[in-house]
Design a protein around this ligand. Structure first.
Ligand code: GLU
Length: 568
């Protein structure tokens, strides 16, 4: 029988007290170092725990946003903790990218890892370090505790042995994993462990499933958990001897986050649904360590409809999963957040209808109203929402936004756009006042494509002239237009001249006249206007041409018309 003394010896062998600094292997050291926080009643302590893999996706943004919002609404704290225990997946510069990407969408943390140009990365707060790789001593201290209490043990299974076990389990249609008879190092006499360790065999530390409960058996047991979003859940208790400390001495996610969330005094963990299935492991670890678990809130996954079927958004196939996509396309952060809230929170649309002009921060989030079943993500819908959002942004602000975007993603256009902000604002403002403001701007890349013709460098004739105007008519109509064109004309006078010009050349003055007697005319005034429009903006669709001409100025207008007439 293994005695307490034996277990103490084993713990000592794995994590020797001497040289184990600064805690000396004593968990109470950390309990004192990170005392419960002095916060007002109800304040939520939340955290985002991303891995620095360089890939940040929409789901990360959503959970980050929710964590930050929940803490802000309750005067709590939101921590950024970098979960870098998987050294293989680490990417240089990923932390800066992560922080700046989230900051672009307005998400900021008030504790943990922060990034401020020009100082770079630093850590703030009393509950650090905030990189898991710098918390080795903490994890080892708690691993020691579990070994001492007989709740964890060293396992010497090699990778080949594990592969063999997996293959056998697959063949026999058994649940894969290390448990029951497969966990052959689970109950060795201490001497046997010691022998192997002393002989230098490499090992991991596994958590002994069931050791967290009184009767030590988890088979057939269920646990009940209340999820902040999903409500009461009943799940099979953990029956696997999962790895908590890897061969490289770093903890697994399961163990690290449990220890960290306890010591950082986290109250709420809002994280992706993909973690829901490992919740029983986490609950068991909290129990085994004697910690009170935080409130877990598992948000939903984003799906895409393809060929009539729903599937999870995939990193490989769907560029729109990555946050970088929204930045490079120039989606306004407010639009993306507005969209995410619309699809994930069942009460957001109603709130928005009642508060059309309120900032997103005024929306009170309730975890119960967050969706739980796969949410359909649809770029078209995002663009529609974006148009509604952009129409409310003052033209000056929008001009700054587009210019800023160009600095990063259309360097060739940046200087030109930045050279006259007031003009850019005027361009963006066309048709946006009145009862029916123009709502066709959705994101910076599309906006630039829309307005490129205002800049000679980006102007080109992209579309053919209408079929109703024989090609020989094009120069004739354009020259005639040039003759009557006067920059000082008001809108009515300007259009009246086009009407006269149209009639003179065999086109009906009104579309309905042409419809009535199509044989009498070549086409109507709309076709003539189209020729003029195409020669000036290069396309048949554009906002108010009169206004465009005012912004372009007489010289440019005349030059373009002349060039178009000559080119035919
Ligand atoms: N490191 C985990 C991830 O990469 C964090 C999960 C959590 O929030 O607990 O998603």
């Amino acid at each position: 029988m293994t005695t307490r003394g034996d277990r103490e010896n084993l713990a000592e062998l794995i994590v020797p007290r001497a040289g184990h600094t600064p805690s000396g292997g004593d968990p109470s050291y950390y309990e004192r170092l990170y005392p419960p926080r002095d916060l007002p009643e109800g304040a939520a302590v939340t955290r985002l725990g991303p891995s620095p893999t360089g890939f940040i996706h929409l789901g990360n943004l959503y959970t980050a946003f929710m964590n930050e919002k929940l803490s802000a609404e309750t005067n709590g704290v939101c921590i950024l903790r970098i979960e870098d225990t998987d050294r293989k997946r680490e990417v240089v510069g990923a932390v800066e990218t992560l922080i700046s990407s989230l900051a672009y969408f307005g998400v900021r943390f008030n504790e943990g890892v922060v990034y401020d140009a020009p100082d770079g990365i630093s850590e703030i707060g009393h509950y650090g370090p905030y990189y898991q790789s710098a918390r080795k001593d903490i994890y080892r201290t708690y691993v020691r505790q579990l070994v001492r209490e007989g709740k964890a043990y060293p396992c010497f299974l090699t990778e080949e042995e594990i592969n063999e076990i997996r293959a056998r389990q697959e063949r026999d249609k058994r649940t894969p994993g290390i448990y029951g008879a497969w966990a052959k190092y689970r109950d060795l006499p201490v001497d046997a462990y010691a022998e192997r360790i002393e002989a230098g065999q490499s090992y991991v530390i596994r958590f002994k499933a069931g050791s967290e409960c009184a009767d030590g058996a988890n088979e057939g047991r269920h646990i009940e958990i209340v999820d902040g979003i999903r409500g009461k859940l009943s799940m099979p208790a953990n029956a696997m001897d999962v790895v908590i400390l890897k061969r490289d001495g770093l903890p697994t996610y399961h163990f690290a986050h449990v220890t960290d969330d306890h010591l950082m005094r986290t109250t709420h963990v809002i994280r992706g649904e993909e973690w829901l299935s490992s919740l029983p492991i986490h609950v068991a670890l909290f129990e085994a360590l004697g910690f009170t678990p935080p409130i877990y809130c598992h948000s939903t996954v984003l799906m895409k409809s393809e060929g009539g079927k729903k599937r999870k958004l995939s990193k490989r196939k769907d560029p729109e999963l990555s946050l970088e996509y929204y930045r490079s396309e120039g989606y306004h952060p407010r639009a993306v957040l507005e969209y995410l809230l619309t699809v994930i929170n069942s009460n957001f649309e109603e709130w928005r209808a009642a508060n059309p002009d309120a900032p997103i921060s005024a929306f009170e989030m309730t975890t119960e109203k967050m969706g739980v079943s796969g949410i359909l993500f649809d770029l078209e819908k995002l663009r529609d929402i974006s148009k509604d959002v952009l129409v409310k942004i003052p033209a000056n602000e929008l001009a700054d936004f587009v210019t800023h975007w160009a600095a990063g993603y259309r360097k060739d256009a940046h200087r030109i756009l930045a050279s006259d902000r007031a003009r850019l604002a005027r361009i963006l403002d066309i048709g946006r006042d009145g009862d029916k403001p123009r709502k066709d701007l959705s994101h910076a890349r599309q906006i630039f494509d829309f307005i490129g013709y205002f800049y000679d460098e980006f102007f080109e004739i992209r579309e053919p002239y209408p079929d109703e105007t024989p090609i020989g008519d094009v120069p004739v109509l354009l020259h005639a237009y040039l003759e009557t064109y006067a920059q000082s004309d008001d809108r009515d006078a300007w259009f009246e001249k086009i009407r006269i010009l149209a009639t003179k050349h065999g086109y009906a003055a009104k579309p309905k006249d042409f419809k009535k007697e199509p044989d009498r005319y070549k086409g109507h005034v709309g076709h003539v206007s189209a020729v003029i429009r195409i020669s000036i903006v290069g396309r048949s669709n554009s906002p108010d041409l009169y206004e465009i001409q005012r912004i372009l100025g007489e010289t440019v207008v005349r030059a373009r018309i002349r060039r178009a007439a000559d080119a035919v």
